[in-house]
Design a protein around this ligand. Structure first.
Ligand code: PEP
Ligand code: MN
Length: 337
């Protein structure tokens, strides 16, 4: 259950509510969001205790939630959540938000050139990995700090917010300095210490679904960030492992429809990793938006075949421009923009 506290409360009022709850033998987890202070309560009250809590002058509401994730649930927040990035960008609103760019930041020029293409195509956010979670330790691991700087500078040059992956809890301070949005990759979806630390940040986190993860596991992973006080979490379906050999992963669009019913968090689709094939990316982008996604994460490269990582799924700037046009048409058909 969640107990929301009145906004007019003093620190003492909140402490008073907490004392009452503790006296009723339930676990109390305080959550401090910018928009609201609340207590997540683990345990059950008797009807008598419930009335006593409801009567307390510091309590705004008691919300029973029959899900293991509480803060992520739609019972807690029935309306779709919105995340503002800077002064102009709104994630989770009517507009479909497209984040695009190379899998890896390779050189200063490469990310700058791609920034220009991403802007011209009409996308909203520039992506680029500086810390890469590669399958083998001898594969290109990303440029690290200098890559973050190149990405940040390219974003500034073309007035685009940037998103980049964080792999290691020790890099949070560094990455936070250069990025507007943290990306948690599929492989780190259940890296609980990393999730908890990002809960302390106030920057948005795009959390990718693990290739093995159930919807419940994804939502519980999001809950780790939310409970820390960071209410800006975006979920991302990026494909799961199935018996299908012909594509790198199977993009599970069931996840989009399911999650849109179950959570107020914005839901994105990554058709690049979801298919692993450049010639399928546009089709699955259209399908993702038709299924209800709030945005897309797309891998694109000025010279796709020369991509250092994920070359098979990188699309060209020309394809990206087509994709944006097609997605806008689908968006209008499903009452979005
Ligand atoms: C990526 O976005 O480049 C990436 C590594 O994605 P994922 O975590 O979905 O594999
Ligand atoms: Mn990639």
């Amino acid at each position: 259950m969640i107990i929301t506290l009145k906004q007019t409360n003093t620190f003492k009022d909140n402490a008073d509510v907490r004392r009452l709850l503790v006296s009723l033998h339930v676990d109390v987890i305080p959550v401090e969001w910018k928009s609201q202070s609340l207590y997540v309560v683990n345990g059950k009250f008797s009807e008598l205790s419930r009335r006593e809590v409801a009567k307390h002058s510091g309590v705004e509401a008691i919300l029973p939630i029959d899900r293991p994730y509480k803060l992520a649930s739609k019972t807690f927040r029935p309306n779709n959540g919105k995340i503002k990035i800077g002064n102009t960008l709104l994630i989770g609103g009517r507009e479909i938000i497209i984040m695009a760019g190379p899998c890896s930041v390779e050189t200063k020029h490469q990310i700058e050139d791609m920034g220009k293409e991403v802007k011209n195509a009409g996308c909203h956010v520039l992506r680029g990995g500086a810390f890469k979670p590669r399958t083998g330790p001898y594969d290109f691991q990303g440029l690290g700090k200098i890559g973050l700087r190149f990405l940040h500078d390219a974003g500034k040059k073309y007035n685009l917010p940037v998103i980049t992956e964080i792999l290691d809890v020790r890099d949070i301070e560094l990455v936070e300095k250069y990025t507007d949005i943290f990306q948690i990759g599929a492989r780190n979806m259940q890296n609980y210490p990393l999730l908890r630390e990002l809960g302390k940040s106030r920057k948005p986190v795009l959390l990718k679904r693990g290739m093995w993860a159930t919807y419940k596991e994804l939502l519980l992973a999001a809950e780790y960030i939310l409970v820390g006080g960071n209410e800006h979490v975006i979920l991302c379906e990026r494909g799961i492992r199935t018996h299908v050999q012909e594509t790198r992963f199977t993009l599970d669009l069931n996840a989009v429809a399911y999650l849109k019913h179950e959570t107020h968090l914005p839901v994105f689709v990554d058709p690049s990793h979801g298919t692993g094939r450049a010639n399928m990316v546009r089709a699955l982008s259209r399908a993702g938006v038709a299924a209800g996604a709030d945005g897309l994460l797309i891998e694109a490269h000025t010279d796709p075949r020369k991509s250092i990582s994920d070359a098979d799924q990188a699309i060209s700037p020309q394809e990206l421009t087509k994709l944006v046009k097609e997605v806008k048409r689908v968006a209008r058909a499903v009452d979005r923009e």
